[in-house]
Design a protein around this ligand. Structure first.
Ligand code: HEC
Ligand code: HEC
Length: 504
């Protein structure tokens, strides 16, 4: 056994090294022996061949590579994690190719973390199912353990729920949340940024008017056709948020998290690293004096006291964020089946609009640009990715007529009051208990279970459980009866993800 094992390893080491297209092809060595070397390993593909046979063969090749690499990690523990230790300065200098960056981000997303790599903390037993305040679990060994359903970076099942902001002990103290599919997250961030910019421009215009006239200026505000209530600005530029609807007083659209907690994908990713894995970014640790409760009681450079410093570098965070931002867009697809006719699909789509679903689940948002930029936090140049050319397949393509983009998101990226029956036990970070961001329905069929706490096993249940502002639309759905609901469900089933090949 041991002879065979070592012979096989000798044979596979050069294979893995050969895939290190990134920085250096150095011999592998145990962790702690010199600086870590970032490498794109070739486990994950950003592009898809149109021929399914080619895709299937590539899936086998990638899987073989991945299996081998795990043995390398057994010989030199930490090797796989070190392969994600990419240098932020190198990213900002533009010397790292987009594919390398994506691969390294994907490696980190799928990597099963160990305590030696910073998983958990001295005072945090692993796993801790119910989070303790904003410090979190840790509740999982990898991002992919919750984000997998429907394909890479997908949704999660009921067992993958996160129990946020609890007392560390009881389910009843926490806020149960269903893992959200991350597909198309970069495009969503861009749409939200464009909307925030539109709203800010309206605030500036009102402020200028108020200043010029010396009176309070008051007007309805909207972005990408979505109405956000009425904004009042006085002659001093002070904003009265009382009549705003579905957005915070700062007019920043926050699409991430069920409650709309983050506008920035990087902030959401940084928070996920902390609360699910106890991995503290160097950036958060530097801000520690302000956020002790979030990081832990131990000394400055290792606030969670696990003996690992510099757990996640800025470069690793950038790569992980870029990977999430570059994920594919979902597709709309129905099988070629006599049961599902084209007219049925069209009927369902029309019903969706007619009964009021589309008032919140806005079918398309116009996007001006798919140029995704991650601003540097270390004073360097931003990392820029052109998602329509450099994102993972399938990508969002520009319209031939005007070069703009139609984002088929089925969301207004706005918070709505969904009524007492869907409300959580308390508010979250200032957002009232019954308010949730309109869940985008793209990729819906590949993301069960549904609603913020996964209480709806099927799409039908999810609709039936709508309440509050969505009560009327829900009642209209019920009133359709079985024959009228079927086409609507067929349409919703057509919102899915492109098929992928995975070897298990
Ligand atoms: C224990 C399960 C779990 C793990 C592990 C996990 N997530 Fe999540 N993720 C969730 C849940 C639940 C939400 C919704 C949270 C909320 O409502 O605020 C979420 C939301 C997100 C979002 C916001 C998506 C959106 O469109 O609103 C991002 C981005 C994200 N996770 C990235 C990650 C990354 C990166 C990792 C690994 C570092 C990770 N997650 C690990 C469960 C998990
Ligand atoms: C007032 C706005 C509003 C209207 C109208 C509305 N929805 Fe929703 N929808 C939401 C919000 C907000 C959520 C997220 C609720 C939650 O997470 O608990 C949601 C969630 C969903 C989900 C679950 C998605 C998931 O991934 O969990 C489905 C399916 C859905 N809506 C379909 C519909 C259909 C079909 C209609 C029309 C009958 C409709 N909605 C009308 C706001 C609305």
């Amino acid at each position: 056994m041991s002879t065979l094992g070592s012979r096989a390893l000798v044979a596979l080491l050069p294979v893995v090294a050969a895939f290190g297209a990134c920085t250096v092809d150095e011999p592998l060595r145990p962790r702690g022996d010199g600086p870590a070397v970032a490498r794109a390993m070739g486990f994950f593909a950003r592009e898809r061949a149109s021929d399914p046979l080619v895709e299937a063969r590539r899936a086998y090749e990638r899987d073989a590579l991945f299996r081998e690499a795990r043995f390398v990690d057994a010989v030199a523990p930490g090797h796989l994690f070190d392969s994600t230790r990419i240098d932020e300065a190198a990213i900002e200098s533009g010397s790292i190719g987009v594919d390398t960056l994506w691969q390294i981000g994907a490696q980190l997303f799928h990597h099963e973390l160990s305590p030696a790599e910073g998983l958990g903390g001295a005072d945090l037993p692993f796993p801790r199912r119910f989070h303790s305040g904003f410090r979190g679990g840790p509740d999982a060994t990898s991002c992919a353990s919750c984000h997998w359903r429907g394909g890479m970076a997908g949704a999660g099942d009921g067992a993958d729920q996160a129990y946020l902001q609890g007392d560390g002990d009881r389910a009843s103290s926490a806020l149960p949340r269903d893992p959200i599919s991350l597909v198309g997250a970069g495009y969503v961030e861009l749409a939200a940024r464009e909307m925030s910019a539109e709203l800010a421009a309206q605030r500036e215009a009102l402020a200028a008017f108020a200043k010029a006239t010396g009176r309070v200026a008051r007007a309805p505000i909207r972005a990408k056709g979505v109405e956000f209530g009425v904004l009042s600005v006085d002659s001093e530029g002070r904003v009265d948020p009382l009549e705003l609807v579905g957005v915070d007083a700062d007019l920043v659209v926050r699409p991430f998290g069920h409650k709309g907690s983050f506008s920035s994908l990087r902030d959401a990713v940084e928070d996920a690293l902390l609360v699910h894995h106890g991995l503290q970014t160097s950036h958060l640790v530097a801000a520690r004096p302000r956020i002790v409760a979030k990081l832990g009681p131990y000394p400055a450079d290792d606030p969670d006291g696990d003996g690992v410093v510099d757990e996640i570098t800025e470069g690793q965070l950038s790569a992980l964020t870029a990977f999430v931002a570059m994920t594919e867009v979902p597709i709309e697809d129905v099988p070629d089946s006599p049961l599902v006719s084209v007219s049925m699909l069209a009927e369902g789509r029309a019903r969706f609009v007619a009964i009021g679903c589309a008032s919140c689940h806005v079918p398309t948002l116009e996007l001006a640009s798919t140029r995704w930029a991650l601003p540097s936090r270390t004073g360097g140049a931003p990392l820029v990715v052109e998602l329509d050319r450099e994102g993972a397949d399938p990508k969002l393509r520009p319209r031939a007529t005007d070069g703009r983009y139609a984002l088929s998101l089925y969301s207004d990226l706005k918070r709505h009051d969904m009524g007492e029956s869907l409300a959580e036990r308390r508010s979250d970070r200032g957002v009232p208990s019954a308010q949730f961001v309109t869940r985008p329905l793209w990729g819906l069929a590949a993301s069960a279970p549904y609603l913020h706490d996964g209480r709806a096993p099927t799409i039908h249940e999810a609709i039936i459980l709508h309440d509050g502002e969505a009560r009327e639309a829900r009642d209209a759905y019920v009133a359709l009866g079985e024959a009228g609901q079927a086409p609507l469900r067929v349409f919703l089933q057509s919102l899915t993800r492109a098929p992928t090949y995975t070897v298990r």
